[in-house]
Design a protein around this ligand. Structure first.
Ligand code: CA2
Length: 148
């Protein structure tokens, strides 16, 4: 059985560490990638870590994961609040999905309170900063170990 976890990041997350440190901290996407790599190694998971600013590209990656991956960890960024297409692709993947947000979206503007992804996710993490990615991978480890 696959132990490959696809970690996906949506638009503008390549800008982390350059602006808005009070909301998102000082870590860069490269720092998050390293954190995920270290966590995946500890849990004996294979990691694929990607970011895109193009919605169709993200959807293609989700489709390709269906037959190759065991789970998807996704920070859809602004598409969280806008994209039925990403939700439909995640459902079509038939994989467990864990949604991650660095900030506590519920303590921010009203338009960030609704997520098209949360209702189809097995778990949602927000407000834990970049540690949310580590926690999401730990949960994937638990899910896969329980499956055997
Ligand atoms: O808190 C999160 O992880 C978000 O998914 C981040 C998204 C935001 O639209 C969501 O509501 C919550 C924004 C990511 C863009 O991050 C930037 C970081 C630095 C500079 C510019 C953008």
């Amino acid at each position: 059985m696959s132990r490959t976890v696809l970690v996906l990041n949506g638009p503008n997350l390549n800008m982390l560490g350059t602006r808005e440190p009070t909301t998102y901290g000082h870590e860069t996407l490269a720092d998050i990638s390293s954190l995920c790599r270290q966590t995946a190694d500890e849990l004996e998971l294979n990691l694929e870590f990607r970011q895109t600013n193009h919605e169709g590209e993200l959807i293609d990656w989700i489709h390709q994961a269906r037959t190759r991956c065991a789970a998807i960890v996704i920070n859809p960024a602004a598409w969280t609040h806008t994209s039925v297409a990403i939700r439909d692709a995640l459902v079509a993947s038939e994989l467990p999905v864990i949604e991650v947000h660095i900030s506590n979206v519920h303590a921010r503007e009203k338009f960030r309170h609704h997520s098209f992804v949360s209702a189809i996710a097995v778990a949602v993490l927000c407000g834990f900063g970049v540690q949310g990615y580590r926690m999401a991978l730990q949960h994937v480890g638990h899910l896969l170990n329980a499956k055997g």
